[in-house]
Design a protein around this ligand. Structure first.
Ligand code: HEC
Ligand code: HEC
Length: 208
């Protein structure tokens, strides 16, 4: 057998080089997986969870009686925290301002009245396309973002609407013994902005 060129010292060196390479390789592999994880999966997950958590807060307000009483399914506004059908009996009519003889502004003025009738500028029922009652989180988010159903609003215009629309602001000055929504108005607007900043992602549908 031909004697091998490798002498003991150089063999030892090789072992040293190999183990160094393996160690360096492992360290690189570990470093690069964590870099990649941070730049793709983790950020994706962080964004999904930021959107989810912001939308939870947004939805809690939208579903509060003060908002949803005016965004009902069907043609009849709701009243009280129990969301009972409006008494006296009224309906949206052709323009969401009520049927003739029972127009909303026959009772609702631009401000809350001392006799207990709530009021604000633009008082009328939200159009059918903006009905929220009965929607799950996914459907609610999809409704908000759909220009064909949200009054042709962009996300920025939605932020503007929830920031300054008189009907929205009324919910925090509802008159009588009515409860305001669960978050302050300022916090609600902030969480709405957080949701938009996180891509306005819709929560997953439970029906999928
Ligand atoms: C008195 C009835 C009334 C109340 C109370 C009310 N809304 Fe509305 N809402 C409307 C009407 C009417 C529109 C349609 C306005 C338009 O398109 O110009 C609307 C539209 C909206 C829209 C835009 C369309 C959509 O569905 O995406 C948002 C967002 C909204 N309301 C949020 C709220 C929030 C939040 C509250 C409670 C804090 C609230 N509203 C309370 C009547 C009401
Ligand atoms: C005949 C008078 C009258 C008419 C017409 C009328 N309302 Fe009312 N509405 C009231 C009274 C009174 C209350 C207060 C009831 C209470 O809080 O106990 C009320 C309460 C409400 C509330 C409940 C607000 C809340 O969250 O507590 C909504 C929403 C509402 N009306 C929407 C409408 C809409 C929309 C129209 C037109 C389609 C309309 N109303 C027409 C008298 C009227």
């Amino acid at each position: 057998m031909k004697p091998r060129n490798n002498t003991r010292p150089s063999r030892r060196l090789n072992v040293g080089v190999v183990s160094w390479l393996v160690t360096a390789g492992l360290m690189l592999a570990m470093a690069s997986t964590s870099i990649f994880a941070a730049s793709t999966d983790d950020v994706g997950l962080a964004q999904v969870s930021a959107a989810r958590s912001a939308f939870n807060d947004v939805a809690a307000v939208l579903r509060s009686p003060r908002c949803i009483n005016c965004h009902p399914a069907g043609d009849v506004p709701r009243q009280t925290n129990a969301q009972l059908p409006h008494f006296p009996a009224v309906a949206r009519g052709l323009d969401d301002h009520g049927i003739s003889g029972m127009r909303c502004n026959a009772c609702h003025q631009e401000m809350n009245q001392s006799n207990g009738v709530p009021g604000a500028k633009h008082w009328r029922l939200a159009p059918r396309s903006m009905a929220w009652a009965g929607l799950d989180d996914h459907e609610l988010a999809e409704q908000l973002k759909d220009p064909n159903r949200n009054g042709h609003r962009t996300l920025d215009q939605l932020i503007e609407h929830v920031t300054s629309e008189s009907l929205v602001l009324w919910a925090w000055q509802p008159g009588g013994t009515r409860d305001a929504p669960p978050l302050t108005h300022e916090k609600f607007v902030q969480r709405f902005k957080d949701w938009v900043a996180a891509g306005a992602l819709s929560p997953q549908s439970k029906k999928e």
